[in-house]
Ligand binder design. Structure first.
Ligand code: TA6
Length: 297
């Protein structure tokens, strides 16, 4: 065991609930196993890799071809997109924190037997070279029969900061062609597949091809109705007025080195965001939280 793992396990392991492993050298992962659920959370990117409540099939999807290397995003789980969502010319797609190493700030088991893991990252020379702001960013992951992720932005500088952000959650589904997303009926969305044309959702979101939509002015829960898998996944949220729904479909998948052929048929993203027109300004000294709470029905 390396000294890093020794230190992590000495300081933060919880008997019969949480320990740190290092499947890939230099990339520690918190392994969580309790009677309520199992989960894996990488310090790399503050990245929830998996969550499986007791008695359920895995809920979060990760590609069989996912790359797990320093400096690269992981295809699956819950990438943290911050301090911007999407593309910014000359900068990393979806911001820079999903490819940087976070620190463990605390571990605990609450009265309900849920494991609470706190990870954090602060500005340094590397982040300031990309974005000249002072910040503290914390991810609080609560693992039980539900999965709660709270992404907490603290502006530690003396000027306001404007961010867009997302908990870019990848979900398993039995068959995308038999899957619908409910809860967005009547909402407007920006359709990336149609050059961000403004459209309106009629009924459930169904999947017949590449789907890449930013639903705006929506704080409602989304429901993934996975008919083939025989379950419904609820995504509740706080601090978010935008929801992104994405499936790359077959053509886009072919161009992705970190997706295996045909995997698009068993996954989709329903993302808890402040994206597009839902940018957030955090005043100096202020804090802003983005929360997603996932459950299986
Ligand atoms: O959230 C949807 C999206 O913005 C898509 O347009 C696609 O780019 C996806 O994110 C994945 O982005 P990534 O940089 O992780 O390949």
């Amino acid at each position: 065991m390396t000294s890093t793992l020794d230190t992590l396990n000495t300081s933060f392991a919880i008997a019969n609930a949480l320990h740190f492993s290092e499947a890939n050298p230099g990339l520690p992962v918190a392994e969580i196993h309790t009677p309520l659920a199992s989960a894996r959370v990488a310090l790399h990117g503050g990245h929830v890799l998996s969550w499986q409540p007791a008695g359920q099939k895995p809920v979060l999807w990760v590609s069989k071809a996912a790359i797990f290397e320093a400096g690269k995003p992981v295809r699956g789980g819950v990438p943290v997109c911050w301090p911007w969502f999407g593309a910014v010319p000359g900068k990393p797609m979806h911001g820079f924190v999903r490819t940087m190493m976070w620190q463990v700030r605390g571990t605990d088991i609450d009265a309900a037997g849920q494991v609470v893991l706190r990870l954090g990252i602060r500005d340094d020379a590397a982040t300031r070279a990309l974005w000249d702001r002072a910040f503290d960013l914390e991810m609080v992951v609560t693992v039980g029969t539900t999965l709660t992720m709270a992404l907490i932005t603290r502006n530690t500088g003396d000027v306001p900061m404007t961010i867009t952000q997302a908990l870019h959650t990848y979900f398993c589904t039995g068959d995308i062609t038999q899957t619908v997303v409910q809860g967005l009926n009547g909402d407007s969305y920006l359709d990336k597949v149609q050059n961000f044309a403004v459209c309106q959702q009629s009924g459930d979101v169904r999947f017949t091809g590449e789907t890449d939509r930013i639903y705006t002015e929506t704080a409602a829960d989304s429901l993934i109705n996975d008919a083939a898998g025989g379950r419904t996944i609820r995504i509740a949220k706080q601090g978010s007025e935008t929801t992104v729904v994405w499936n790359p479909w077959a053509e886009k998948e072919k161009g992705m080195v970190d997706m295996a052929a045909g995997e698009y048929q068993q996954m989709l993203c329903v993302e808890t965001c402040n994206a597009g027109p839902d940018a957030v300004t955090v005043a100096a000294g202020e804090t802003r939280s983005l929360v997603a709470r996932i459950s299986v029905e």
